[in-house]
Design a protein around this ligand. Sequence first.
Ligand SMILES: [Zn+2]
Length: 573
Amino acid sequence: MKNPFRIWFPWLLALAPVALLACASRPQADARQQPTGKPRLAVLVVFDQMRADYLTRWQDLYDKDGFCRLQTDGAWFQNCHYPYAATLTAAGHTTLATGCSPNQHGIIANYWYDRKLGDEVGAVETDQYTLVPDTGGKSLGAAPSRRKRLTIGDALLEQTKGMAKVVSISIKDRAAVLLAALQALICAWFNTTSGMMVTSTFYNGGNVPGWLTKFNKERYVDQWFAKDWTKLRPTLDYEKLAGPDDVKYEGTGYKQGKTFPHPMTGGKAEITKYYFKAMELSPFGNQVVLEMAKQAIVAEKLGQGDTPDLLLLSCSSNDLVGHCWGPDSQEVLDVTLRSDLLMKELLQFLDEKVGKGQYLLVMAADHGVCPLPEVMQAKGHKATGRITPDIFKAKTAAYLDEVYGDGKTLDWVESIASGMIYLNQKTIGKAGLKPEQVEQKLAKWLDKQTGIQKVYTRAELMAGPIQDDPIGAMVQRSYDPERSGDLIPILRPYYLISDSLSLKDTGTYTTTHGSPHEYDTHVPLLVYGAGVEPGIRKEKVIPQAVASILAEGLGIQPPKSVEAAVPKGLWKK
Ligand SMILES: [Zn+2]
């Protein structure tokens, strides 16, 4: 095997490029704390967009062999919060894998504006690698080129001299890629153009195992076409447990409608990319991840060798369903109930193939989600609403013209990406102004606008650790001077930026996450299996601990950048 530490990213060579906050000093492994079991396989299951309260809210409904098994036989951390502001998919997955915050690993959002390129870039976007199988030209490959830190999988491969196997599977490319090791045996995700599980030439030279080719050929993903997504447990009172089925501003997905049953055709008579998009936007996307995981366990003999292996799974459908119908919808209840059964099936499969007590499983999430403002309003909560993004572009530019324009209309805003404002430095220079002066003036004005809690400026975020403002400190942990914008607006709780306030077609995106508020930061964390002391744990922990937990469970040193130690007492004495 090639040297797993073939380092070709400049980020990995530069050890600590402009660390804004001193990374919390690296915790040393507590010598007294060692897991008693030696797992042959460690499994990380990330539910993309799962709030911590889903576990308690619907606890009575879970199967005793599903989530309940983790809740009672595992360590259930009930107070796990992301300590940074940009609670987004790419950032969350990278944090779980590296054990550090976005200001260290560099994945500040799913997309940001690249000033040198003059364009928006995706976290795993690349034109250096292509998709395998190639979907016909337009789809770019994906690679972790922008991730600046190594992951738990990299640590495992380095310390086992490449003997371990690391497999990463998701529906979303960014989730699979950002969890995976550089030298992962398999890193695969779903492509809605081809309806296939794909990888990129970055991984394993683009070599795809025969079983994966067979998986694609057998068209597992087509099985739900023209079947409806119906309620898993029709005898339950979904309305009482979640909310009404038809709610103002709910999405309609890909011709899936607002209410059950949801058609699974994508609005076409034949299987097209619209079906694949509808399939992702239903619990069936997670079934694809599970089925592929099972095949990977068997075909690659995960957990069967002398060296422990690592399986990384990310279930994306929870996120897509949550964005479309919102956290208080019957659809989110249904996808969560089905996630419980997915966990049951996975645990049973691991019992059978790897052996009870022979594996360690961590269940986590990358972020939560904001309730629909319309649902909050219906409940009588007044401080909630939607604001249009022109506040940060057209209205911001108009304000700066008024203050500095001297009667002219100038080009003040270079870009807006993931809610960050990138000012046009040329315009500022030509007007004879200092960037910090413009930032501060604008931030003061924006602070007074509806729905805005506080706008942080580059100058403020670069001036050293923010001590007396917890939200400011969270924004700093998400801030990368090269990649982040000049102004970082933080909305008030329960406010959303919405492109369209019209109710005619609310599409697939009616709520979101990405704030430092509790509904976005508070996530489940459960640790189950080999050597884990069961129990409910109330202490505050951060998801950065996951990389440390996996490392200690596997008997290896964690990645160098980890910011959180293994919670004390996690392992049986
Ligand atoms: Zn999302």
